[in-house]
Design a protein around this ligand. Structure first.
Ligand SMILES: [Zn+2]
Length: 252
């Protein structure tokens, strides 16, 4: 009933239950608001308490459950705002993912990486041209999907995964590709490699932006290939990673 509760009911704010009832019934003012009416109706379902000499006690209740003690986790679960599950969480957070790669993909999904178009959007007075090609505005989709440098890497990656060259027209198309299940490549390998590509591109972009060092795509791919082999080898005890090495080396 909020702050008007005491005045609506006539029960002082810090009254104990025994002060709100007598053997003949509840000491509550006649209802003058819908909430007060709901309270009155509810109280008709509660047996009248006889005057008791026992001290009051309280219980924590969440939904229908009475808890022995206050439970932070369950309380938070019951009051927190729940977002609908996002479609892409599975290919970001899966067992075996390299944490720094997963975080990078998570940020790109949210479009939170400081690409130049975002920096301009946030109020910085800089050029928004792509740090790699300089020919287009540096948006997330351009940098990770459409830059000619990036396309070259995707070309090599998709070939190694057994696909014909793929051009991802939209971020959604790229996200959907990570989720499909097909007989060409296990989903885990596709996700694992995709995360490595996103990480490598952002690393290269920063190397050019901050250090003025440029590495050609085929060298980047070579380094990534070695990283992927090492990582698969290190995770070969995981059920999902057992067969991945032979799949990754099929189209050398
Ligand atoms: Zn570019």
């Amino acid at each position: 009933m909020g702050v008007t509760g005491p005045s609506q009911t006539g029960i002082p704010l810090f009254a104990i239950v025994a002060q709100a009832c007598s053997p003949s019934g509840w000491n509550i003012r006649t209802a003058r608001s819908p909430q007060a009416e709901v309270l009155q109706i509810h109280l008709t379902t509660v047996p009248i308490l006889t005057l008791s000499t026992e001290p009051d006690s309280y219980v924590w209740r969440i939904g229908e459950d009475e808890l022995d003690d206050f439970n932070t986790k369950r309380t938070w679960e019951s009051i927190r705002h729940r977002h609908d599950p996002l479609t892409w969480t599975d290919h970001v957070w899966y067992k075996g993912a390299i944490p720094r790669h997963a975080i990078m993909l998570w940020l790109t999904h949210l479009n939170r990486l400081p690409t130049r178009d975002m920096l301009v959007h946030w109020g910085m007075h800089i050029e928004n041209a792509c740090c790699i090609c300089g020919a287009h505005p540096e948006t997330r989709d351009h940098l990770f999907l459409h830059c000619e440098f990036t396309e070259e890497i995707w070309l090599q990656v998709t070939r190694r995964l057994g696909y014909r060259p793929i051009v991802f027209h939209t971020w959604q198309a790229f996200a959907a590709w990570m989720d499909i299940k097909d007989s060409t490549t296990p989903q885990t390998l596709r996700r694992f490699v995709s995360q490595a590509v996103i990480y490598a591109i952002w690393y290269e972009r920063n190397n050019r932006f901050h250090n003025n060092i440029a590495t050609p795509p085929h060298i980047i791919f070579k380094a990534m290939d070695i990283q992927i082999r090492d990582a698969i080898l290190a995770k070969s005890h995981c059920r999902k990673f057992k067969r991945l090495m032979q799949v990754w080396l099929r189209y050398l």
